[in-house]
Design a protein around this ligand. Structure first.
Ligand code: 4AZ
Length: 548
């Protein structure tokens, strides 16, 4: 019964009705699960449970109280935004309304306090031994295994950014020998299970970790499929027969990866009593035009490590272009095929079309390489709803001017990046690459194209309250902020590779508070949100292959 504690749907995660913690009878467990899922009961279903003190029950659902509706009495608490609140109820009410700032510690904030949870000695980012840094201490400390359970593990995973909580709280990890020989100190922790951060749980006495250290496996999309199904990275389950059947089903192509080139279907030849419409459907699919984008011409050595601000070589970013205005590189851009370059709206003005030069296949702009091609813009299309004050819809298209006597744009050394047709193609945590000629962190000028690996960051409103628009924007960076886009990189690409190493332009460098600050990640225009807009302007056939 290894999934007893886990319900792979968000709305049932917190709720004990959805899981039988002592289930011994599989069919009964199934029944409870199904009912829970059907009714969508959660910890907010106040026909079943009491609401939290900072919530009230309205038509069967717990909703946030307004802070003034909290009792006036209570002790002050300090929140992760550095603000002190008169009572815990008030802080939780604010958090309930706007989940950016969480509980940090009791008492008032004195400035600079932080709480953090981290995982170590695991196999991936999603599992390992838990360490915490408490708000009033400088050192990280382990948690004693004896006080650890799925309740605490759920809260730890939530805190780490896994909204579905924990998969397992018992797993053994390979810790270095010295931790076995000299067990380190550990703290005990108690949670109720509905805390939004581990900081909100109660930490008690330190002990020596004789019985072991607390570890966790957090719940990720990949662990969320029931029964014999295959889980697409994009968040849906497929019948297992569809895995390795020679036909791509998941939008990211992950159902046909690692299949060893042997298709299930090819193995047996049934005798058909009726027409084989499945074969006909596949035949139709084979007529679809094949797009050629996102695959480099040259054979490049694959990157091995995550490093920042590294110089690019010729052909490494064949979709990258530079936009020159008044003899300077003012912005980057992304070649997406035909005569079209994608960039940021704030980089260009439709009325100043003659001002811009597009430099393709360029690396070093002091000494342009022989492959470099310079072209003028023919037309500029700025998104109709671009808002210069908020950078919402910061996206524009540049149509290149054709050479005399040519029907089409010819960029011999460029390769278009694919335009993502679905916002589910990549997810938070996925690693992507940003490139450009923008400034270094210390505002140093850059003459040569540089690139760095960043990951997609979720819930960016916590960094930019009120300024981050989930649907239109994407956030990316590194834990320490060491890799980031900066002034001059605007309009350039954030690209991600799918499982088949096809490259998509996932973001257009747009804005960010400063450069290279961990608490202020780079913000990008989320290109997938503009697929329809782009295809309407450049023509569907240039960028569409599937689902059209
Ligand atoms: C800019 O000024 C700019 N750190 C671009 C990206 C970022 C900050 C500033 C993100 O063009």
């Amino acid at each position: 019964m290894k999934l007893v504690h886990v319900v792979p749907l968000l709305f049932c995660f917190h709720l004990s009705f959805c899981k039988l913690t002592s289930a011994s009878d599989a069919s009964q467990e199934d029944l409870v699960d199904r009912k829970c899922l059907a009714e969508q009961y959660t910890h907010l279903s106040c026909s079943k449970v009491f609401c939290q003190p900072w919530q009230k029950c309205i038509e069967g659902t717990c909703v946030c109280k307004l802070p003034y509706q909290c009792p006036k009495n209570g002790t002050a608490v300090c929140s992760t935004n550095g603000k002190s609140y008169p009572t815990y109820c008030q802080q939780k009410s604010f958090e309930c309304l706007k989940p950016q700032a969480k509980f940090l510690k009791s008492g008032t904030c004195t400035g600079g306090e932080t709480f953090s949870v981290s995982l170590n000695y695991g196999n991936t980012d999603t599992d390992g031994i838990v360490e915490v840094k408490l708000a009033d201490q400088d050192e990280k400390i382990f948690i004693c295994k004896s006080s650890w359970g799925i309740t605490q593990a759920n809260v730890a995973c939530l805190d780490l950014g896994f909204p579905q909580g924990a998969l397992e709280a018992e797993r053994e990890f390979h810790v270095p020998a010295h931790l076995h020989e000299n067990p380190p100190e550990c703290v005990h922790v108690q949670c109720r299970g509905l805390e939004t951060s581990l900081a909100e749980c109660t930490f008690t006495r330190k002990a020596i970790a004789h019985e072991g250290l607390a570890g966790v496996v957090c719940h990720t999309a990949a662990t969320g499929c029931r029964g014999q199904a295959f889980w697409c990275k994009s968040g849906v389950c497929l019948p297992s027969q569809r895995r390795c059947d020679g036909e791509v089903d998941c939008i990211a192509g992950d159902d046909e990866v690692g299949c060893g080139g042997v298709s299930y279907l090819a193995q047996e030849k049934p005798t058909y009593l009726t027409a084989d419409m499945d074969a006909e459907r596949k035949r139709i699919k084979s007529f679809f035009p094949k797009l050629s984008c996102g695959v480099r011409n040259s054979k490049l050595v694959r990157r091995k490590r995550v490093v920042g601000g590294r110089p690019a070589s010729v052909g490494q970013f064949p979709w990258q272009v530079a936009i020159k205005e008044n003899e300077k590189i003012s912005c980057g851009g992304i070649y997406i095929g035909g005569c079209w370059v994608l960039t940021a709206a704030h980089c260009v003005r439709a009325s100043k079309v003659h001002r811009y030069q597009i430099w393709a296949s360029l690396v070093d702009w002091i000494r342009p390489n022989s492959e470099t091609l310079v072209q003028y813009a023919n037309k500029i299309i700025v998104h109709e709803n671009y808002a210069g004050t908020t950078y919402k819809n910061d996206i524009a298209l540049i149509e290149l001017r054709k050479r005399p006597n040519q029907q089409e744009c010819v960029l011999p050394n460029s390769v278009p990046a694919c335009v993502p047709w679905s916002p589910h193609l990549f997810q938070p945590g996925d690693r992507c690459v940003v490139s450009g000629w923008g400034r270094e962190k210390d505002n140093q000028k850059v003459f040569s194209l540089k690139w760095g690996e960043v990951h997609i960051i979720n819930n960016c409103s916590r960094f930019y309250p009120g300024r981050y628009f989930e649907k239109e924007m994407e956030c990316a960076g590194t834990e320490d902020g060491s890799i980031d886009a900066c002034k001059g990189d605007s309009g350039g690409p954030l690209v991600c590779e799918d499982i088949n190493n096809v490259t998509y332009v996932w973001g257009v460098v747009s804005w960010g508070e400063n450069c290279g600050k961990p608490e202020f990640p780079g913000v990008y225009t989320k290109v997938a949100n503009y697929f329809d807009w782009i295809s309407q302007k450049v023509g569907r056939s240039l960028i569409s292959q599937y689902n059209v």
